[in-house]
Design a protein around this ligand. Structure first.
Ligand SMILES: [Zn+2]
Length: 370
């Protein structure tokens, strides 16, 4: 039997087999399923969280299988958070935590905790027949949402503070059926009328099965939500194609340097896209960073680049240093520090369209006036 190596196993999913519990290439010592005595006695060394009973981890896994009609099988790290209510277990999901120093790291988890407890942090969960199951949530789900917010705003707590000064809605659905019954669109959405991000629970754990965190549906929808936020009225009014802090009317949050870089960078992306689309691009000219999808309107542009800033920062920065600077000056961070390698799928899939010379439609984005 393999040793229980938490660092190696924290990103693996747990399954129940007749002979015991399997996590990655590890298997529990004795056969019994949870509820039987021997399994309950087994303690696992879960890194900085300490010793956690396998039975409690297995209970959390079974709880999610029941709640979501078997659609939710989160990684071990989330189960450890669910079983212990210790947010540090979620560090696996947020690469920034690998590069924080010994003062910043505890500060990051305090920040996450303050978001989870914030009265305007409104996570709701819906199950069969739109039943409200919010009170059944374990800490890992709100923790995941808070973690994304903490990662983006760790160096701009002032922006998050303003953003959270009125209710922010995050609606989770137990599975795809309850999501569609509740009016959810596509794989997840930002709904302007409901002023809510709507997502199937399991999608919060998507994209964490490879070497680098990947597909990030929540980050993308958060980009849309931030775009719709108006710092003056504190409401989610309408899309501006920007982020809080990039607009002159954002008061003390306004970051002029970031706005200048963003405008310059966005203009360059538009030029590259138009050159390609009209056949004027020559061999060797740089392609746009993003897929044609992000050129269909301003809100997709900002949401797509917000997501890419946190997933393929190296390619992003190399292609368009100005646009990258717009984001890094706004968020006062450079994700390349904790992303030695990009999430390759985004970079490659986006590039493929241009490399393979696909036909694309005209862009429909605008640049804010200086
Ligand atoms: Zn979108």
């Amino acid at each position: 039997m393999n040793n229980f190596d938490y660092k190696r196993l924290q990103g693996k999913r747990l399954s129940f087999v007749p002979s015991g519990i399997v996590i990655g290439d590890w298997m529990s010592e004795t056969g019994p399923v949870p509820g039987q005595e021997q399994a309950q006695e087994q303690m696992l060394d879960c890194g900085e969280v300490g010793l956690v009973s396998l039975a409690r981890i297995a209970d959390a896994a079974q709880y999610y299988l029941r709640l979501t009609n078997h659609s939710q099988r989160p990684q071990l790290a989330a189960l450890v958070c669910a079983a212990t209510a210790d947010l540090r277990a979620l560090s696996f999901y947020f690469p920034i935590t690998n590069r924080l120093d010994e003062e910043e790291r505890p500060a990051f988890f305090r920040f996450m905790d303050s978001i989870v407890r914030h009265p305007n942090f409104r996570v709701r969960a819906f199950g069969e027949r739109e039943a409200n199951v919010t009170d059944q949530l374990l800490l890992d789900l709100p923790g995941m949402i808070a973690g994304h917010l903490a990662e983006a705003f760790f160096y701009r707590p002032d922006i998050l503070d303003r953003f959270m000064s009125s209710p922010r809605n995050f609606w989770l659905y137990t599975n795809q059926q309850t999501f569609e019954a509740g009016g959810g669109l596509a794989g997840g959405d930002y709904h302007p009328e409901k002023e809510a991000i709507e997502l199937v629970m399991s999608r919060l754990y998507e994209g964490y099965d490879g070497a680098t965190p990947g597909v990030a549906p929540f980050l993308h929808e958060l980009g849309h939500m931030l775009d719709h936020y108006d710092c003056a009225s504190l409401r989610l009014a309408h899309s501006k194609g920007t982020l809080p802090g990039l607009n002159r009317e954002d008061g003390p949050l306004f970051t002029p340097l970031a706005r200048t870089s963003f405008i310059k960078g966005k203009q360059l992306e538009q030029q590259r896209y138009a050159a390609y689309q009209t056949g004027r691009a020559r061999d060797g000219d740089p392609w746009p960073i993003g897929h044609p999808y992000v050129f269909q309107n301003d809100t997709e542009f900002i949401a797509g680049h917000f997501e890419m800033f946190f997933r393929n920062p190296n390619y992003f920065a190399a292609q368009n240093p100005d646009l990258y600077a717009g984001f890094s000056q706004l968020f006062k961070q450079d994700p390349r520090r904790y992303w030695p390698l990009d999430f390759p799928f985004y970079r490659d899939e986006n590039r493929k369209v241009y490399v393979e010379r696909h036909k694309i439609s005209a862009q429909n984005t605008s640049v804010p006036r200086d």
